[in-house]
Ligand binder design. Sequence first.
Ligand code: ATR
Length: 272
Amino acid sequence: MDVYGLIGNPVEHSLSPPMHEAGYEALGIDARYVTFEPEADAAAAAVAGAADLGVAGLNVTVPFKRDVLDAVDAAPLADRIGAVNTIDFGPVRAGDHPRGHNTDAAGVKRAFSHHGVALEGRDAVVVGAGGAGRAAAFALADAGAAVHVANRTAERAVDLAEAVPGATGGGLGDLGDRVAGADVLVNATSVGMDEPEATPVPAAHLHGDLAVLDAVYAPIETRLLREAADAGATTVDGAWMLLFQGVEAFEIWTGREAPVDAMNAALRAELK
Ligand code: ATR
């Protein structure tokens, strides 16, 4: 039996175990997916310990995505993003670090492509410059979009944009004009999560030529997505991003095409 897992703190409400185990079941893979909560400074030690125990793969979530960088051999995109959310332990040669990936970026790309949204040559606005914003900005640029990062703290957006090829960054002051001229919008802030009536982009700026991904998945239909749908936009809820980061990790680990429908059904059942 193979053991996969998630390290983070807290992880008790994680949706990844049922999502991944539905994938193993659908493909007849003998594996389990469990959660671990290392102490604040113990993420790198946990990665080394997992390798010693023969764990096959780990996901990494808040607050450890940067902490594990020193314990892995980061793939180029993960290295540029500066965060790892998926560690592949095999095959590791003696003395080597396991491979570290960032499948949050793939999650953004695949969530859009699953909905028929092309990114190449498109104008994209990412609201937010935290971990989710970083992954989204690099993912969209990697897919050939021209990216503008808008963030409440403008300096963080400017710093992020400097690292992302061709990107620009700034505050929220001209967000409306940016969105009015954009093809793609990603909400990578937590706005809309704790206060469901809050929205990062006023409805007046949304339009029918927009594809909108909201990284927030609780609630599943945020005010942003509701108003985007009313404006005629294509909407992609945050569960798709969560699903496809998991699908990408599943495929890296198992080398097989993930059973997307089974994993999606398990995830949506948990979210109900
Ligand atoms: P994550 O890793 O999930 O992205 P984070 O690093 O805490 O989390 O980033 C949260 C993002 O949401 C940031 O872009 C934050 O803006 P600041 O950089 O200015 O803090 C943004 N955010 C959180 N609450 C917000 C609010 N009420 N209005 C606008 N942006 C908000």
